[in-house]
Each structure stands twice: as structure tokens, then as C-alpha cells.
Unconditional design. Structure first.
Lengths: 248, 55
């Protein structure tokens, strides 16, 4: 129990977090690179051609993990926002805003790769299908969070305001997830997260899962890098930052 | 499978490779931005500290 309490206080201490994150980043980055290379090799070379979609389905190995990350990061951001609101924890504020940029990137990727996949398969770059529209709204939520944060000068006020926006926006996450069931439009239903066995060839499932884990690790690396920057900026007047910046 | 078959992607080369290229660019940018930010921030803080010591 004592170690947990101590860990909590240490992780809450900016200086300790900065050092610990700096130690973690290279290890996470190397694991991420290995998994991503393995996933790309498995996905582009080993996985067989799809009997319906030919080789175009190989876009799935980046499209689906990106879409998963876009929702996962949003939930992380909203939870961090809630923690920041309730316990006024600085690191939670920092993680929330750092996540927003990465989440927006993955949402953008999900939309763009989906669009590029949709052109040869559906014959159109874009339709106002429920899944596509709700994912587009997710991108706007991320951009709204970033814009709101940048519009308020006082970072602590900004963090509280964006936390509320992020929490309200969570309502969109189940809408995205269930959109393919609730509205039977163009986007296909889930194949992996069904309750019965996933209806996908195992040689396609392995690269998909490899890429999904690689993208999670990528998020971990970049969110730590961004959090460190954000921390430096907020703590610029503290002694430890000044010692870090200038040895002379 | 030959090399040219691989790059041809069963006729979907443009779609597959452009998706992967865009993803690569976005991921690389996500790494470069915080790297550059950190360098710039540390330089600014160091400069300010030096100026404060002089006055």
C-alpha cells in the first residue's frame, strides 16, 4: 500500500514524471517499430488476397487500427479530462490535451484511408453514411478541443473548459461504434469485435492485431513526448526545468 | 510472388500505396513535432535563464 501511495505522489510530481517518461520512450518506440514492421510485412506480403476485394483490402491494416485508435484516444482524453476536473491533477490536464492532437491525427487517417479504400470498392470517395458522418464529427470534436485549449491563455482554465467539451463529446463514441448496426447504410459491419468467433482469416487477423498493438504503442510514445513538452512549458519557471535547460 | 506483382497490388497499387504513404507521413510528423518543440522550448528557457542571471 505504501509503495502505491508513494508511486502516486511521485507520478504526480512533474520532475519525476519527466525523467521517468524520458526513460520509457525509447523502449516503447523500439517495440512499436518492431511490431509495426512485422505487421506491415504480414499484412502486405504474407496475408492472402481477399476473394472479394482483391488486394485493395490491405488498406484495412492501417484503416481499422486508426479508427480504433481514434475512439480509444478520445475515451482516454475524456477520462483524463474528468480526472483533471475532479482532482485538479495537472498531469491529467496535460495528458488530455496531448492526446487531442494524436487522436485528431488518427481520426484524419481513418477518414482518409477509408475514403481511398471506398473509391475502388464503393465507387465513391465519400457518402453521408452513418459511420463516416459520426467519424467526421469525431474529427471536429478533436479540432474543437484543440482550438478551445489554444483560445484560452490561462492553461488551467483552458484545461477545465476543454475537459467539459471532451466529456460531452463522449456521447459520439457509442454512436460511432453502433452506427453500422443502427443505420444499415454502406459501411460494413464489425468482423473482429463480434461476440462469436471473428469471421476473418487468421492470416489477416494476425497483421491486423499486430498493427493495432503497434498503433497503441505509437500513441504511448507520442503522448509521452508531447506531455513532456507541455510540462516543460508549464513549469518553465521552476528550478528543475531551469537546471535541465541550462547546465552553465 | 515477384517484386513487380507486389508493387502492382492486383491493380490497386494507387489506392494501397497512397494510403500507406499518407499514414507514414502523418505518423512521422507526429514524432517530429514534439521533438522540435522540446528542442525549441529548452533553448528558450536556457536563453531566458542566462538573461536573468546577467541583470
Amino acid at each position: 500500500m505504501n509503495t502505491i501511495v508513494r508511486l502516486y505522489h511521485q507520478m504526480g510530481s512533474p520532475r519525476y514524471f519527466y525523467r521517468y517518461a524520458g526513460y520509457m520512450i525509447p523502449w516503447l518506440a523500439v517495440s512499436c517499430a518492431i511490431l509495426m514492421l512485422a505487421g506491415i510485412y504480414q499484412g502486405l506480403v504474407v496475408a492472402p488476397t481477399d476473394y472479394q476485394q482483391g488486394d485493395s483490402y490491405r488498406i484495412m491494416f492501417i484503416h481499422v487500427p486508426s479508427a480504433w485508435m481514434s475512439m480509444f484516444i478520445y475515451v482516454v482524453m475524456a477520462v483524463c479530462g474528468a480526472i483533471a476536473l475532479i482532482w485538479h491533477m495537472k498531469l491529467a490536464e496535460i495528458f488530455a490535451i496531448s492526446s487531442a492532437h494524436i487522436g485528431a491525427s488518427f481520426t484524419f487517417l481513418a477518414l482518409v484511408t477509408g475514403s481511398i479504400w471506398g473509391k475502388p470498392m464503393w465507387g465513391t470517395w465519400w457518402v453521408w453514411d452513418a459511420r463516416l458522418t459520426s467519424e467526421l464529427i469525431l474529427l471536429f470534436l478533436y479540432l474543437g478541443v484543440i482550438a478551445l485549449y489554444n483560445a484560452i491563455d490561462d492553461k488551467r482554465t483552458a484545461a477545465r473548459a476543454t475537459a467539459i467539451l471532451a466529456i460531452v463529446g463522449v456521447v459520439n463514441i457509442p454512436i460511432i461504434h453502433f452506427s453500422v448496426k443502427w443505420w444499415n447504410t454502406l459501411h460494413q459491419g464489425p468482423t473482429v469485435s463480434k461476440f462469436d468467433a471473428p469471421s476473418i482469416d487468421v492470416r489477416m487477423l494476425i497483421p491486423l492485431l499486430l498493427m493495432a498493438v503497434a498503433f497503441k504503442l505509437f500513441y504511448a510514445v507520442v503522448v509521452l513526448m508531447r506531455a513532456r513538452c507541455e510540462l516543460l512549458e508549464r513549469e518553465r519557471n521552476s528550478q528543475w526545468v531551469n537546471e535541465l535547460a541550462g547546465p552553465e | 510472388m515477384t517484386m513487380s506483382e507486389f508493387f502492382h497490388m492486383g491493380g490497386y497499387a494507387f489506392y494501397v500505396w497512397s494510403s500507406y504513404a499518407i499514414t507514414l507521413v502523418v505518423l512521422v510528423l507526429n514524432v517530429l513535432v514534439p521533438l522540435r518543440n522540446r528542442r525549441k522550448l529548452l533553448a528558450t528557457i536556457a536563453r531566458r535563464a542566462r538573461r536573468a542571471r546577467r541583470t
